[in-house]
Design a binder for this molecule. Sequence first.
Ligand code: OSB
Ligand code: MG
Length: 369
Amino acid sequence: IPITQIKLKRLRMKLNHPFTTSFGEMRDKDFFITEAIDTEERSGFGESVAFPAPWYTEETVETNAHVMKDFLIPLLHENTISHPHDVREIFSPIKRNNMAKAALEGAIWDLDAKRKNQTLAEVLGGHKSEIDAGISIGIQPTIDDLLQKVGDHIQQGYKRIKLKIKPGSDVKTLREVRKQFPDIPIMADANSAYTLQDLNRLKQLDEFNLMMIEQPLAHDDITDHAQLQALIQTPICLDESIHSAADARKAIDLGSCRVINVKIGRVGGLTEALAIHDLCRERGIDVWCGGMLEAGVGRAHNIALTTLPQFNLPGDTAGSSLYWERDIIQPEVIVHNGTITAPDKPGIGYEIDQEALEAYMIDEMVFDL
Ligand code: OSB
Ligand code: MG
């Protein structure tokens, strides 16, 4: 793939609604859009999902900038890439920093698909023409706010509702939601807010018929989760704990989870995400695509990945308008009757809204390869 230039565009975008989890509140997004340009001046786009603070994993926007600029882009300069699959190997001397790796690898996957005049979904091996959309609701100021939001999103057709929980905002909250909405598909995400000491509280969640509980225990744990899974009925889904297909294999072998949330950034790119997909398909583990409050480019990558067959549960990729006044892609991601139609144009399948992109841009770095 004859890449001549890499551009890193730093954007700041205001979220329509602040998003609160057990680890903190986010009001806006500060992140990188990556662009890989070839000899024919075609462009592929990627998005880094790291947040300004290391709340979710250890990466930040600043560590992304440092690692891309000082380590990963030089590796792209020194090596030839015949296929996007090669990027994982080329980046392997650099430990972790998965979101930085995924941001660059994603732009190369998009560029390669465009060069082949195929959709990103096609080059990944995905065939679904529509994908099911779920939504993740942050912790709300009051229970009434939460009930209102759940009702609105069910009305909009979302196929499952994810609620953020933490100690003190869990059993009572879920009981209220279940009372009002006895039959809807609900799951809870704790973002590592509990320990095995909270076993009794976690056991109480079994009464709410949750599809799953996501990452109840430590962000870097798989063994306590195996103990917990043996003691509760609700399936455990791992998010933060899974950084690679090797992690996924160990978690499955130990019985630490029955479901895996795949985030392209967290696992270091689409190649690794495909490996996790294939493993889960072999082992009969359900998978779905998580979200990181992405702008349109990241959202488009999630949609392409979700067209693969083992993505058999609704993900967290919701419509653009729930997050942004104006997204950076055209058309924006639209959810209709709880589904997103996979785009049929080459690559990520959405045009970059250059005017919006420029309006949000706060910095740009250009590297010749
Ligand atoms: O744990 O899945 C998570 C957002 C930021 C950080 C972590 C998580 C989330 C979400 C939101 O749940 C998903 C989305 O709407 O993009
Ligand atoms: Mg999560």
